[in-house]
Structure formats: structure tokens, C-alpha cells
Write a protein that binds this ligand. Structure first.
Ligand SMILES: Nc1ncnc2c1ncn2[C@@H]1O[C@H](COP(=O)(O)OP(=O)(O)OP(=O)(O)O)[C@@H](O)[C@H]1O
Ligand SMILES: [Mg+2]
Length: 405
């Protein structure tokens, strides 16, 4: 027993020693996704555009509505937050009554919560439930007009709201100025969904798009600048081996020029280096970090699939064992056995074909149409993701766990 305790002490001593001895980070938090830096390299054009549209507010005019589109991690939220922060400061200095609530409709995803946030931004409290949405909207309008101010409503990740609840609230907000006498409202909508506007009524679409702005993906060189700038405050000097920033930038550039991905990669590389007690972050750490991110992504994607997609994927996983290829017919047969075992409905072959295409689009599997001679065409299916990560994602579902167990 004494021996065991001594061993444990030794082990912990060793770990603590290594972790505290190595100084990789100066301030790790500046690499976290929510940190807002006060410099955004390579976004000058977008900052100018957002600022020039919204700056009308400083002259007391209602700014045009603004619609912002760009792929994930291209700096949309960061640019808008930065401009809003400065604009609000300027307005305060000049005694202009301006409110700019920023609402993330993925987080606050019901019309009720959006309206509650809007009312709260006017300094009033709203009960968590219990008021009809129409009544809440009426209250918002009344309070807003009473206050007599200019409000710029930023709806970030707006596609989440519209896909779940339609464009009703958006329609009302684009019309609200007609019913206000002392206040004015402008809208800023942000999305990374290319097809978002197809969800909108043409009137909402044209109103929201009074001004439009696109954020292009970052190139590898631009990501390098962004990472270098951030690394100055994040890491102790000399902690990054040559090539680390370059590799992070190159890998993230391949993923649609996503700055969030690049920063995550750099942070996780540093964390791995620290855990290993290394005094430097190396290119090998970046490769490990990349693998880890990729696996985590697969687990997450698989976990959030609907049940029937999970059953199909489970069929594919068990048929291929992550090594060989399988075919639609084989998968369908296995899938039918599984639904029978669980006593749930079986989807048609046609519907299953659609779900298989979706799995392909998500990059979890790949499919290829092949000829089976006189028996016609079929799809050959191969697993493209780490089988262990797929399994982990699947087993977090109790139904699948039941089949596996
Ligand atoms: N030009 C830049 N300079 C420094 N950091 C940046 C820059 N662009 C983006 N970032 C950082 O990258 C991360 C992602 O940016 P942001 O959240 O603005 O992306 P987004 O376009 O809103 O993506 P999504 O569509 O997924 O919401 C943030 O941590 C942000 O601070
Ligand atoms: Mg965003």
C-alpha cells in the first residue's frame, strides 16, 4: 500500500512538474473562439462597409438594413461586434440615443427569446415564459416607441431562426418603422448559409438586403498574418517552432479559409505540447491536433444524426469494418434487420438512398455509382472517417448501444 502511494506521488509530482515547468502559453484565452481582438487583419474592406452603413446612425438617420453573408470563420461576427462596440462609444460621446442589441438566434432560438432579448436591451425585464408572442411583440413596439431612440438589431446566425420558425418575426421587424412614430429600427442579418435567402418571402428578402456584404474565405497567407498577430499575445516568445503557423494556416485554408479552425488548431497544438511537457510547439504537435479536431468533428456530426441515418451508418460500419467497401443493397438488408430488431418502422429504399447521399455530403462516407452488369447500377459505399470516432458517435445513442450490446 505504502509503495502504491509513493508511486502515485511520484507520478503526480512528475506530471505537475512538467506542466508547470513548461511555459508555452502567455495567455491561452486569446485563442478561444469568443475572444474579440481589437485588430482584424485583412478585413479592412468589410469593416469600412459595415461602418459606413451603420454610421448613418451618428447623424440621426436610420441606417439601411444590411445583409451579411460568408462561410464559417470568415470574421463576420467579429467585424460586426468590433464596429458596433466603437459605434456605441461614439454615439454615447455625442449623446445620441442608440441601442444595438446583438442576438444570436442559434442560442436564442425562438421568437419569444428574440423578443425577450430586444425588450431587455431596452432595460426592461421579461418573464421566461407565460406571455403570448404576439403580446410580447406589441410590448416591444410600445416600449421602443416610448423611449424614442434608434435601434440597430443584429441577428447573427439568422438562418437558425428562419429555418425553425419561418420569417414571420423578420417580416414584422422589416415593417415595424411604419408603426413607430418616435423610434426607428434597422436590421443587420448575418448568415453562413448560401441558400438562406431562399427561405425568405421576396419582400423580406429585398428589405433585409438594402445593403449586402460578402465575406470571402481567407487565403493561407492571410491566415498566417492572423495567427502571427494572435500568437504574439498567446505564446511566450520562441515557443513556436518554425513552420507551426504556416502549417496551421495551410490546413485551415484548405477548410474553406476558416480563421476559427486555424486558431483552434494553434491552441490545441499548444495544449498538446504543454501536456507532453515539451518546451516548444512543433509541426508534429500541429498534426496531432489536426487529427484530434477531425475525430472530434466526426463524433459530433455522427452524434447529431437522425436515428435512421445512424442505423444506416451502423450497418455500413459493421459491414465494412472500416476496411472494405459495401453496396446499397447490402446496407439496406442489414438496416431492415436492425429496424426489425428495434421494432421501429423501416424507411423505403428510396428514402434510404437520400439518407446515404446526405452521409456522403457530410464526408463521413463516400459513394460511387458502379455497374453490376445485367443487374443494373448500384452504389459502392466506403467509410471515409475514423471508424473508432464513428463508433463513439453512434454508441452515444441508446438505441444503437442496445443493438451493439
Ligand atoms: N481578420 C481576423 N483577424 C483576427 N481574428 C479573426 C479574423 N477573422 C476572424 N477571426 C477570429 O476567428 C474566429 C471566427 O471568426 P467569426 O466568429 O467572426 O466568424 P464568423 O464569420 O462569424 O463564422 P460563423 O459563420 O461560423 O459564425 C473568431 O475567434 C475571430 O476572432
Ligand atoms: Mg459568427
Amino acid at each position: 500500500m505504502a509503495v502504491l502511494t509513493a508511486d502515485l506521488d511520484d507520478i503526480l509530482e512528475d506530471v505537475f512538474e512538467r506542466v508547470t515547468q513548461t511555459r508555452i502559453f502567455k495567455n491561452r484565452d486569446v485563442l478561444l473562439p469568443d475572444y474579440l481582438p481589437d485588430k482584424l487583419p485583412h478585413r479592412e474592406t468589410q469593416i469600412r462597409k459595415v461602418a459606413s452603413v451603420l454610421a448613418q446612425a451618428l447623424r440621426g438617420y436610420r441606417p439601411n438594413n444590411l445583409f451579411i453573408y460568408g462561410l464559417t470563420g470568415t470574421g463576420k461576427t467579429a467585424v460586426v461586434k468590433l464596429v458596433v462596440r466603437k459605434l456605441v462609444e461614439k454615439a454615447r460621446e455625442r449623446g445620441i440615443r442608440l441601442e444595438i442589441p446583438i442576438i444570436n438566434t442559434k442560442r436564442d432560438d425562438t421568437p419569444y427569446r428574440v423578443l425577450a432579448k430586444l425588450i431587455e436591451s431596452l432595460g426592461l425585464r421579461v418573464p421566461a415564459t407565460g406571455i403570448a408572442t404576439a403580446e410580447l411583440y406589441a410590448r416591444f413596439k410600445k416600449f421602443l416607441d416610448k423611449k424614442g431612440l434608434l435601434m440597430i438589431i443584429v441577428l447573427d446566425e439568422i438562418d437558425y431562426h428562419v429555418k425553425k420558425h419561418g420569417d414571420d418575426l423578420l417580416y414584422k421587424l422589416t415593417r415595424i418603422n411604419e408603426e413607430l412614430s418616435r423610434s426607428k429600427v434597422s436590421l443587420v442579418g448575418i448568415t453562413n448559409d448560401v441558400n438562406f435567402t431562399s427561405w425568405l418571402d421576396p419582400r423580406v428578402k429585398s428589405s433585409l438586403g438594402e445593403e449586402e456584404l460578402v465575406f470571402p474565405p481567407y487565403t493561407a497567407d492571410q491566415l498566417k498574418d492572423i495567427l502571427r498577430e494572435r500568437a504574439k499575445t498567446a505564446f511566450v516568445e520562441g515557443a513556436l517552432e518554425d513552420g507551426v503557423i504556416e502549417l496551421c494556416a495551410a490546413l485551415a485554408a484548405r477548410e474553406n479559409g476558416d480563421a476559427r479552425k486555424a486558431l483552434d488548431l494553434l491552441r490545441i497544438s499548444g495544449e498538446i505540447a504543454q501536456r507532453e511537457g515539451s518546451s516548444k510547439v512543433t509541426v508534429a504537435h500541429v498534426r496531432k491536433a489536426w487529427e484530434q479536431i477531425e475525430k472530434d468533428r466526426v463524433v459530433e456530426v455522427v452524434r447529431s444524426l437522425p436515428l435512421h441515418s445512424k442505423l444506416l451508418l451502423y450497418s455500413i460500419l459493421t459491414l465494412t469494418k472500416g476496411e472494405r467497401a459495401t453496396y446499397t443493397g447490402e446496407v439496406y438488408k442489414r438496416y431492415k434487420e436492425l429496424t426489425a430488431e428495434l421494432g421501429i418502422e423501416t424507411l423505403t429504399l428510396r428514402r434510404v438512398g437520400d439518407l446515404i447521399s446526405e452521409l456522403d455530403m457530410l464526408g463521413i462516407i463516400s459513394t460511387e455509382v458502379v455497374s453490376r452488369g445485367r443487374r443494373g447500377m448500384t452504389r459502392m459505399i466506403t467509410l471515409e472517417s475514423d471508424p473508432e470516432a464513428v463508433r463513439r458517435g453512434l454508441l452515444s445513442d441508446p438505441m444503437v448501444a442496445e443493438l451493439a450490446g
